[in-house]
Structure formats: C-alpha cells, structure tokens
Write a protein that binds this ligand. Structure first.
Ligand SMILES: [Zn+2]
Length: 424
C-alpha cells in the first residue's frame, strides 16, 4: 500500500526527456537548430508517428478525433473516472524552434514513463494529448484542434477550412492518415495541464525555474482612423497642413508612453499603420492604425483602452484633424482553475524549485480547454524570452523541473490506486 506522500519526491528522467526533444527535432530540421513542421505536412505526420510509437511503447492506447487531435491513454484502477490529461502541440512555426508546444507533449509522455518506471498505478487514467494545428500557419485559425474540441469551431466550420491553394484541411489530414472518427469533445477529462515555454523574459529575469500560470491576459484591438487633408508636399507650408500621418506618428509615441505608465503588465502596440495615399509628394489625408492592447486584469485593460482612446482624440483635436475610434476585438482575461493552480504551486514548493505566479502573454490550447475542464499551465523559462525563432532554447534542467512539477500535480489529481488520497 502506498500513498501520495511516499511519492512526493518522485522526479522525472531529465535525460530521457531531453533526448526525446532532440529525437523529435530531427524531423523537419532547418538551419540554426530550428524546426519547420507545419500542421498536417509530411513532417507533422512523421512527428505524429514517432510520438505514437513512443506512446505505444509506454503501453498506452491511442485515439484520434476528426480534427486529428491525438489522445494517448494510460488506464487507471478506476475506469469510471475521467482521465487527468496533459499535452500541447507538435506543430511549429515555419522558422520555429524545438520547444514551443513540443515540450508540453513530451513532458506529458515523460510523466507516464516515470509512472511506469516507478510501478505506480493511478486511480484515474492519465492522458497525453497532441492538439492539432496550434500555430495556424498553413491552415487557419491557430488553436484549431482545441477550438473545434470545445465547440468554438463547428464540424461544418472545420470542413470549410482550406489553405491558400484551396486544399481542405480535412482532406489533407486524411491523406496524411491523421483524420480520426472521434467526435468533438468526445474525450472526457477530469483536469488538463499544459506545460509550455514562457515565450517571454520574466522567469529568466527572476531566476525562476518554474512559472505557475494563473491567467491568460485579455486583449483588445482599437481601430483608429485619423482624418486630415490631402495636400501638395511642395506648395503647402508646414503650418498649413493637416497631415494625418504626422498626427498618427505622435499617437504612436503617446500610446507607448501611456502603456509604460500602466506598469509592467500592460502591453500597447501598433503593428499596422496604413495611409489612404502612398505618394512621396502627397501629404497624407487619412491614416489608419490598429492598437493592440493587453493586460491580465479586465478592469485595468478597460482603463488602458479608455486612456489610449482619450490620448488619440486629444492629439487629433489639437492638430485640427478628425478621428474615429472603434473596438474590433475584445477578449476577456481568463483565470485558470484554482485547484489546478494550487496543485502545480504546491508541487513546485514541495520539490523545492524556485517559482512564481505568472500571467501568460500568449494564447494557448489550454485557454480553450479551460472552458470545458479544470485547467492550468506551467511555464518553463526560455533563453532571452525568444520563441517562434530557430534560436528558441529551454535548458534540460528547467524542462526537467517543470515536468517534475507536472508529474506531481497530475499524481495529486489522479490519486493512487488502492489508497486513500492523502493531501500533499
Ligand atoms: Zn505553443
């Protein structure tokens, strides 16, 4: 008879976890230690086959649903309990790295292999998941598999997805041999965990090995149109102009300052600025920009949006230009399940890893799954915060620390066969 406390120090096999990363990285390798495995490409199919072979070797059965999501299952002693699941995605960006997504899938597999090695039978089954097309490069949108799984994309919507050449996603998945029969949401879960590289610089700056992700920040897009007057660059004196591009430029500077004034958690970006005319000798009469705003706190995000709008209006008014501001997108911040957060935090505490709570700057499959299942994420630092880049790197030690935290949290949620649950 064993109890959870006895396994409280159990850690994963760091060398095996690392060597699996390096094995996987051979598929779709590109110069500079990068990877290109676009969803449902030949490379993605090969990565899936390798992952499936590892799952089978670890004694798991495999189910595939109609979006190609892969669910590997390790039975528990109580088959009536829903599986405690973990996973992420094996597809990459065109110039992607070896860790974004991959680490979450391989960490979940490593949890199972560690349980196998230690001869531990859990009460609830354990599942390892590969979500299809998280990156959304050739086929859009991103987070495709998990969005369909939770019903944010309908069956008809999935069937209508095509690449730029008109090839259907479903047809391509079938060609590659990764279009299953299982319906959306058919795989039950008692909890879902996703390990992921941070993709930002915070953990590294703090010297933390592990980040316990409490939330995913909210997002707003504001469409701004500045209206001035077209004019001749040679004949219009500088003090007689209503130059919409110049006013937009003032806005960019002021927006950045406003974002900084809202503190470390605020993000204010303008990645798109277009003008109605495109002539070197024409003073711009109309400029359009999109302000991308992010913050983990819904109230602060709204205040930030209000402040940005007010600043833009004031700058336009001062210059005698017209302005319109409208909200195009608003996604509320998402807080993960407290019980799942606590399981990860106490695991990090018990194992003695330096850790802190962190909000995710990027969207992940876990954000979708959180709508239907108790969910939380664990972050591992990545060098210089770089991702979506061939230079993306996470260390063997940090990956191992995050995966050991994942192991303990999953063990706490799944319980041990033949023993009463002992609170950690
Ligand atoms: Zn990812």
């Amino acid at each position: 008879m064993s109890n959870l406390k006895q396994h409280g120090n159990l850690r994963i096999n760091a060398d095996r976890l690392w060597s699996r990363h390096m094995e996987m990285a051979k598929i779709g390798a590109i110069p500079g230690d990068g990877n290109c495995r676009l969803a449902m490409s030949a490379e993605d199919a090969e990565a899936r086959s390798l992952f499936a072979s590892w799952c089978h070797a670890a004694g798991m059965s495999l189910q595939v649903d109609a979006a190609g999501n892969m669910f590997a299952l390790r039975p528990g002693s109580n088959p009536t309990l829903p599986p405690i699941a973990a996973g992420s995605h094996l597809d990459t960006q065109p110039h992607g790295g070896r860790f974004d997504g991959i680490s979450g899938v391989l960490a979940a597999l490593e949890v199972v292999e560690t349980l196998n090695d230690a001869g531990i039978e859990t009460e609830a089954p354990i599942a390892v998941i590969n979500w299809t097309n998280e990156e959304g490069v050739r086929f859009g949108p991103g987070l495709m598999g998990s969005s369909w799984f939770v019903g944010n994309i309908t069956d008809e919507g999935l069937a209508a997805i095509q690449d730029a050449e008109g090839t259907s996603f479903i047809a391509e998945a079938a060609t590659r041999g990764w279009c299953g029969l299982q319906a959306a949401g058919a795989f039950p879960m008692g909890a879902f965990f996703e390990l992921h590289i941070e993709q930002g610089p915070q953990l590294e700056a703090l010297g933390d090995q592990v980040g316990i992700v409490t939330s995913v920040q909210g997002l707003k897009w504001l469409d701004v149109v500045v209206t001035g007057m077209d004019g001749h660059a040679g004949t219009t004196p500088l003090d007689h102009r209503h130059d919409a591009l110049l006013i937009a430029a003032r806005m960019l500077v002021a927006l950045n300052e406003t974002g900084r004034a809202f503190g470390q958690d605020a993000r204010v970006s303008v990645g798109r600025l277009t003008t109605a005319t495109d002539g070197p000798s024409t003073i711009v009469g109309e400029a359009q920009l999109v302000i991308d705003l992010r913050h983990p706190n819904a109230k602060v995000l709204s205040q930030l949006a209000d402040e940005c709008e007010a600043i833009c209006r004031a700058i336009a008014a001062e210059a005698g230009c017209g302005i319109s501001v409208s909200e195009r997108i608003s996604i509320a911040p998402k807080h993960f399940n407290q019980s799942c957060i606590d399981a990860l935090a106490s695991a990090a505490q018990e194992l003695g890893f330096q850790h802190s709570e962190i909000a995710s700057g990027a969207l992940h499959d876990a954000c979708n799954i959180a709508d239907v299942t108790p969910t939380a994420m664990v972050f591992v630092p990545c060098r210089d915060g770089i991702s979506h880049n061939v230079r993306e790197y996470a260390s063997r030690e940090d990956l191992a620390a995050g995966t050991s935290v994942l192991l303990q949290a999953m063990l706490a949620k799944a319980g041990l066969a033949g023993s009463e649950k002992v609170a950690a």
